[in-house]
Design a protein. Structure first.
Ligand code: G1P
Ligand code: ZN
Length: 551
């Protein structure tokens, strides 16, 4: 086998975002673009000779081509083995599971998560470390630094590897083990949840619909729900992964998972509905004619964890990202366990889980997970819900309403303004910064924050976080306007988009009064929404009358 060293010049835009490097497919197809980034990863992680690497992706357009390149580069960079999901498929949670189970040096996951795919769609690449979790910022920054000064990469001159047949093949001295992408993951799920009880629930007439959105979870959902839990075949919708996700936007929310939403809000609706995203780490939970916000879902899983075999021994703690509602904090207080507030992005949970400080983690962006792996996990969340439903024998809506009655309701919504000009988005954020002083202090009285109707500002800041495990500090993580009564408005710029800027506006208020729990969230948050629009001049500055997506 011949190894070649190829001269190259750096690209300046290979900075990993919230979750790896994401670009349009044509960007990845520029000469040496993929190779430069992969070599920068290999140079940074410096795996010992003979190390094992996990490799797979969500099956999107360019997945198979990228895998061939990465295999040849791994061989030329001294890896001893690559564990490759058959047909190049591995969901993000399954990759995390495999990295941990086989104690590999790390893994490369090819995905742009919930972003659309196709020849002009998005592609992405992320590196996960030996704990199975996304590389922490100090590694992603080092990868970026390496990409800025790269001069050469190493690659094997070899024929393509057959991706669709299980078994070992050699690429020089490196073994490529093509393995079933589902079985290790399905086995882990069986070890955590009461499959017997869920099987009984499903055979007793409880009907479920899982929307795989033509993305990676199709084969996983089929194996788990149909083969192992006995659900009817048609319980899994759009189960065949397609390189362009059938032209859809594989993001499990009320806007993009509309086929599922129509089924769950229609007549003769199933009892339970769920969806996952492109790479299988997100989840949306629906009951019959009922939507569970991801923030509530995290709180409800925590409050009911004692019903689930894998969590019966109790929770060490809970962590949520800053923009996620404080519903989980209330459960943590009742359970007398700590609740950590981290910046957005799953990578901030890794240290807390590795140190045994938290068991459950969640984000408002349809991400929920636990220390069983080091990624959020869509199907895990669905199984957790099904286990609770099997144990409690109540409807989804009844479980949520009982939860609100006990803990109060953290009314919550997120408004996304997608694809706006970067300058306008930055202008909004700058203006908010400039207004901190006037919002926080009423000059006449010299104390107290600005008053908007019955709401008074308590504090404004740009969220920063000191990791309690390694002491690393992350600043500039989102503008918070906190009110005296516990309501809050948060503004953040997305770190995962590839076109223009996406401005996210997060809104939350607390409602202890059960007689008001039936209110629609947009109605209940109307005052906060108008305050947010007023102080940010968002409409004037972006020219947008309404958000692109409301969740
Ligand atoms: C978004 C979500 C964030 C999540 C990330 C990856 O990032 O908001 O919670 O961790 O996708 O799935 P953002 O685009 O907001 O930076
Ligand atoms: Zn994802």
């Amino acid at each position: 086998m011949q190894f070649r060293t190829v001269s190259t010049t750096p690209y300046t835009d290979q900075k990993p975002g919230t979750s790896g490097l994401r670009k349009r497919v044509p960007a990845f197809r520029q000469p040496h673009y993929l190779e430069n980034f992969v070599q920068s990863v290999f140079d940074t992680v410096a795996a010992p000779p003979g190390a094992t690497l996990v490799l797979g992706g969500d099956g999107r357009y360019y997945n198979r081509e990228a895998i061939q390149v990465i295999l040849k580069m791994a061989a030329a960079n001294g890896f001893g083995r690559v564990l490759l999901g058959r047909s190049g498929i591995l969901s993000t949670p399954a990759a995390s599971c495999v990295i941990r189970k086989y104690q590999t040096h790390g893994g490369i996951i090819l995905s742009a998560s919930h972003n659309p795919g196709g020849p002009d769609g998005d592609f992405g690449i992320k590196y996960n470390t030996a704990n199975g979790g996304p590389a922490p910022e100090k590694i992603t920054e080092a990868i970026f630094a390496a990409s800025r000064k790269i001069a050469q990469y190493r690659i094997a001159d070899a024929p393509d590897v057959a991706l669709d047949t299980s078994g070992d093949t050699m690429l020089g001295d490196m073994t490529v083990s093509v393995t079933d992408p589902v079985s290790d993951y399905a086995e882990l799920m069986e070890s955590l949840f009461d499959f017997g009880a869920i099987r009984k629930l499903l055979s007793g007439g409880f009907r479920i619909k899982f929307e795989a959105m033509h993305a990676v979870t199709g084969p996983y959902a089929r194996e788990i729900f149909v083969n192992r839990l006995g659900a009817p075949e048609d319980s899994v919708m759009n189960a065949v992964p397609l390189p362009d996700f059938g032209g859809g936007h594989p993001d499990p929310n009320l806007t993009y998972a509309h086929e599922l939403v129509e089924a769950l809000y229609g007549s003769n609706a199933p009892d339970f509905g769920a969806a996952s995203d492109g790479d299988g780490d997100r989840n949306m939970i629906l009951g019959r004619h009922f939507f569970v916000t991801p923030s509530d879902s995290l709180a409800i899983l925590a409050a009911n964890a004692h019903q689930v075999p894998g969590y019966q021994q109790g929770l060490a703690g809970i962590a949520r990202s800053m923009p996620t509602s404080a519903a989980a904090d209330r459960v943590a207080a009742t359970l007398n366990i700590p609740c950590y507030e981290t910046p957005t992005g799953w990578k901030f949970f890794g240290n807390l889980m590795d140190a045994g400080k938290v068991t459950l983690c969640g984000e408002e962006s349809f991400g929920t997970g636990s220390d069983h792996i080091r990624e959020k996990d869509g199907l895990w969340a669905v199984l957790f819900w099904l286990n609770i439903l099997a144990a409690r024998r109540q409807s989804v809506e009844a479980i949520v309403r009982e939860h609100w009655a006990r803990f109060g309701r953290n009314v919550y919504s997120r408004h996304d303004y997608e694809g706006i000009p970067t300058d306008a988005a930055n202008g909004v954020m700058r203006l908010l910064h400039e207004r901190f002083a006037e919002l926080q202090a009423c000059t006449e009285q010299g104390r107290g924050g600005a008053q908007f109707g019955h709401l008074q500002v308590r504090l404004c800041d740009d969220f920063s976080y000191t990791d309690p495990v390694d002491g690393s500090v992350s600043t500039g993580q989102g503008i918070r306007i906190l009110f005296v009564d516990g309501s809050r408005i948060v503004f953040r710029l997305s770190g995962t988009g590839t076109e223009g800027a996406t401005l996210r506006l997060y809104l939350e208020s607390y409602e202890p009064d059960v007689s008001k729990h039936h209110l629609d969230a947009q109605q209940a948050l109307a005052t906060l929404i108008s305050i947010a629009l007023e102080i940010s001049e968002l409409r004037q500055r972006t020219g947008r009358e309404r958000p692109t997506v409301i969740t």
